[in-house]
Design a protein around this ligand. Structure first.
Ligand code: MRU
Length: 353
């Protein structure tokens, strides 16, 4: 789901299983898959059928609800065990996006709130309701991020983004692309410059697809063009999403984000991070402590299914990097804009009722 009334959606519940738009097949094909088990949901997160920090959290929540739905347990104690196993499996899927662990925590709390001895159907219903609420709430939070960012986005802004932090990466609407959508809906003639985002091409395949579907002007560039365009004065601001924001304001996001932030600083261009509270992890003190996922060789060694380097030559594949807080102009959340010093501003933001 992009703007109001768009015909596509990222994920939803159905009685047959968790339904996901298969993002591996975009932009060529718009195919929805229905996943009947928590194992299938876990594999879909691992293989990037669904990806993007908030969307991973929403998929995991629906996966836990699904595990309870199909569980053969006849009492709450048995269901508690199955929910625990589902959470444990989902927690192994991807390490960097903290939204996954936040959503699993929500589901575990929800399960614990239904006492042993209660009707197991009550627990099944409570888990589904919580998962649906996480999903709906995520969309509302993205809209609020967009609204909060409006003062930062001038008319006719040329906005560079990296990876996909759009409706496809969230319950809908998007974080970085939520900023774009809100400005577009407010009548500002924004244009997006989408880094293609090697190696998985989330920018070229996904950001371009969803903005094009919503008739928001988008131009794709290869990652190594950003500096050239910035130097020529063709970028007004950068907005990216985040997989985890540490307590000191260091930001983990898709590999290549750090380079964009360094370039933005060099050229005096504001570098904004848009993320919901569920991405802020006050238990992680700084970027050094954020686990960085390493993915498989083929994502780097192949392009479009064909090898692009000699067989056997090693590749590197960290999937994320950390942008130090000093390069971040502001962090836009659903309850307002944080600025440095982030240690203080993030903490007071999360403590606010
Ligand atoms: O590997 P991915 O595609 O899951 O990485 C996604 C990103 O890095 C996004 O920018 C981030 O999750 C924020 S999504 C709102």
């Amino acid at each position: 789901m992009g703007r109001e009334g768009s015909s596509w959606f990222t994920l939803r519940w159905s009685d047959a299983g968790v339904v996901l738009l298969d993002q591996r097949r975009l932009p060529e094909e718009e195919v929805y898959v229905t996943l009947p088990t928590v194992e299938a949901v876990a594999e879909a997160i691992e293989n990037m059928t669904v990806r993007g920090a908030p969307a991973i959290g929403c998929a995991a929540a629906l996966g836990v609800a699904r595990a309870a739905h199909v569980s053969e347990a006849t009492d709450v104690a048995g269901l508690h065990k199955d929910v625990e196993a589902a959470c444990a499996r989902l927690a192994t899927t991807r390490p960097t996006a903290v939204n996954l662990f936040w959503a699993l925590g929500q589901m575990a709390d929800c399960a614990r709130a239904v006492a042993v001895g209660s009707d197991p159907e009550r627990l099944r219903a409570a888990l589904l309701e919580r998962a649906q609420a996480i999903l709906e709430d995520d969309v509302a939070r993205c809209r609020a991020i967009g609204a909060a960012a409006l003062p930062l986005v001038p008319d006719a802004a040329r906005i560079l983004t990296h990876c996909n932090a759009g409706g496809l990466a969230t319950g809908g609407y998007g974080t970085a692309l939520g900023v774009v959508r809100a400005a577009h809906e407010a009548g500002r003639r924004v244009q997006v410059l989408a880094d293609e985002t090697r190696p998985f091409l989330q920018g070229a395949r996904l950001t371009a697809w969803e903005l094009d579907r919503d008739d928001i002007p988008v131009t794709v560039l290869t990652d190594n063009m950003a500096g050239h365009l910035m130097r020529r004065g063709e970028v007004d601001l950068v907005v990216v999403g985040a997989d985890r924001i540490a307590a000191n304001g260091d930001v983990a996001n898709k590999i290549g984000t750090y380079s964009v932030a360094v370039l933005a600083r060099e050229h005096g261009i504001p570098f904004y991070v848009a993320a919901p509270h569920s991405t802020i992890d006050l238990d992680t003190p700084d970027g050094e402590a954020i686990p960085i996922e390493e993915r498989g060789r083929e994502e780097v060694a192949d392009f479009g299914g064909r090898p692009v380097l000699p067989l056997g030559v090693p590749v590197r594949h960290p999937a994320f990097d950390v942008t130090p807080a000093r390069l971040v102009t502001a962090i836009v959340t659903e309850t307002g804009i944080c600025r440095a010093p982030y240690g203080r501003s993030l903490e007071s933001l999360l403590k606010r009722p």
